[in-house]
Design a protein around this ligand. Structure first.
Ligand SMILES: C[S@@+](CC[C@H](N)C(=O)[O-])C[C@H]1O[C@@H](n2cnc3c(N)ncnc32)[C@H](O)[C@@H]1O
Length: 221
């Protein structure tokens, strides 16, 4: 499956930014994630793992991705940053070489076992107290709405309890935020102006685990 995923992103590398982030949905998701990044303030050196074409590279010191084609676009956009081609499950970095790592829109595509093993690799390259920020579709919402995927694309979702069970000996869940409650991007502009603050509030409220995506910060114990 990994080969299929890598090939998929290699094939769409040149259109990735336009196809994912030039329309209202992509812009809305990006704006929501940017707010979380600005609030979280990840310490440097910071690694963007599965960096793709370099989204949020302004927060990272180094980007790594499995697709050379995605990295080519990232290098063009950020000529002064360093990029490395590798599988996130086995990176070339020394133990504790970063203060923080983030991984956006990746875990949703990978099998759960691979995701958990990537988190083990991230544990190796962070020091005690280092932070790992990542996102994934919410199991609470998927189960509530009985949603499922036809193929690997955005098929994998996680619950906080599952992460807790798998990771609690090595990580602490420091915080989590929801991303996207209502299809705000599909509403007429006048209505989305009214719904947007409600969506933002819900994504931080006690109901946030029912948002479409969860953005979780783990702290290495
Ligand atoms: C949906 S894109 C996300 C890119 C970027 N993080 C963003 O949010 O725009 C997923 C990226 O993960 C990369 N990828 C897939 N499997 C990977 C793996 N095992 N190790 C490293 N990168 C991987 C793909 O090549 C692709 O660039």
């Amino acid at each position: 499956m990994q080969q299929e995923i890598t090939q998929y992103y290699t094939d769409i590398a040149d259109e990735y930014d336009k196809s994912r982030f030039s329309h209202t949905y992509g812009q809305y998701i990006h704006a929501q994630e940017l707010r979380i990044f600005n609030k979280q303030k990840l310490s440097l050196p910071c690694l963007s793992l599965g960096c793709g074409t370099g989204r949020m590279m302004e927060f990272a010191s180094i980007g790594a991705d499995i697709s050379e084609a995605m990295l080519k676009v990232a290098k063009y956009k950020y000529p002064h940053k360093e990029f490395i081609c590798c599988d996130a499950i086995q990176t070339p970095f020394s133990p504790a070489s970063f203060q923080s790592v983030f991984c956006l829109h990746l875990f949703m595509h990978l099998e759960v076992n691979k995701g958990i093993n990537i988190i083990k690799e991230i544990h190796r390259i962070l020091p005690k107290g280092g932070l790992f920020l990542f996102d994934f579709p919410s199991s609470y919402r998927r189960n509530f709405l009985k949603q499922s995927s036809k193929n690997w694309h955005a098929a994998t979702h996680y619950s906080l309890e599952f992460l807790q069970e798998k990771l609690s000996s090595e990580w602490q869940i420091k915080s989590y935020t929801g991303v996207l409650f209502f299809p705000v991007h599909r509403l007429p502009a006048w209505l989305s102006r009214i719904v947007l603050p409600i969506d933002n509030w819900l994504c931080k409220s006690f109901l946030r685990k029912y948002a479409s995506y969860l953005m979780v910060v783990l702290e290495k114990k």
